[in-house]
Design a protein around this ligand. Structure first.
Ligand code: UDP
Length: 281
């Protein structure tokens, strides 16, 4: 079965019947566009600020979406206008990849650190457990999200979660949306890979009644232990992509071996233009 993008046609019950009321507070001031990296906006929030921002969203009405940006996301955005539009309309685009931090700094922006979703998840679930917030994990192969939920609950005792794998047919989609809404999560993690996960959120945005949504790629594979994360020295050196390439050469060769030079080329053009025109990103 494959996950398709066509929006479901289900009639959604009124919001009040599917979720408890939330405290109405203004959302924290958005800082979504601190720098433009090859056409994609990137926020300069630290990990702590990002966690607080997302937790703030869980106290507000309406849905807010955060998207991790890496070189692959930038490349996809450059070749797909509708994907780029989704990134532009996200409430927060944060630097998931080290290359984005380097690029942002080269462009003169003050981006404090890389916020890999695989790292962000730990303080985020700790806050959720502390504040009694519920999360829903959607994505990855059967059983993987459930195992990821178990691991996260071990790290953050008391964490409330539900999980569902990411291979859902179009026919099953209305039931999945109803299940998510009935669980009434505070945060929905969508791990379907780029660009499918952003397209899925865009397609189902009006049906979902979740205040905070994060697209999270292969997060559940890492957290569940299905994939082993790179050694710390590789992460620190900005070489996590190489580790991933070694783990899955067939699937990721094009993404990294062809994609990284393309990203670098686009960045070089942007840097040269900025130098020639004196414009900031
Ligand atoms: N996936 C999914 N449904 C699909 C296609 C992919 O749940 O229809 C999952 C896949 O099992 C994997 C994730 O999406 O867990 C994509 O992982 P990838 O490593 O490509 O994402 P990245 O972390 O690089 O963004």
């Amino acid at each position: 079965m494959s996950l398709t993008r066509k929006p479901a046609t289900r009639v959604v019950p009124p919001r009040a019947t599917v979720r408890r009321s939330r405290i109405r507070r203004p959302a924290p001031a958005p800082r979504t566009h601190d720098v433009n990296v090859v056409g994609v906006p990137v926020s300069g929030l630290s990990m702590t600020q990002l966690v607080q921002t997302i937790m703030g969203w869980t106290e507000t009405e309406g849905m807010k979406v955060a998207v991790g940006v890496n070189a692959n996301v930038c490349n996809l955005a450059a070749s797909d206008a509708s994907f780029r539009q989704i990134l532009l309309s996200a409430d927060l685009d944060y630097p998931d990849g080290q290359s984005i931090v380097w690029a942002a700094r080269a462009l003169g922006a003050d981006v404090p650190e890389r916020v890999a979703t695989t790292d962000l998840i730990n303080p985020l679930v700790a806050e959720c457990a502390l504040r009694g917030k519920k999360i829903y994990l959607f994505g990855a192969a059967p059983g993987v999200a459930a195992r990821a939920g178990e691991r996260l609950a071990e790290r953050a005792p008391g964490l409330q979660y539900r999980a569902r794998d990411g291979f859902v047919s179009e026919a099953e989609m209305p039931a999945l949306i109803a299940e998510i809404d009935a669980y009434d999560p505070d945060i929905l993690l969508v791990g379907l890979g780029d660009p499918l996960q952003q397209a899925w959120v865009a397609d189902h945005r009006t049906e979902l009644h979740v205040p905070a949504v994060l697209t999270c790629g292969g997060l559940f594979d890492w957290v569940s232990g299905s994939n082993r994360r790179a050694p710390q020295w590789m992460i620190s050196a900005g070489l996590e992509w190489l580790w991933r390439l070694i783990l899955e050469p067939r699937r990721l060769a094009k993404r990294y071996l062809a994609g990284n030079p393309v990203f670098l080329g686009r960045l070089t053009v942007q840097l040269l233009r900025a130098r020639l025109t004196g414009a900031r990103a």
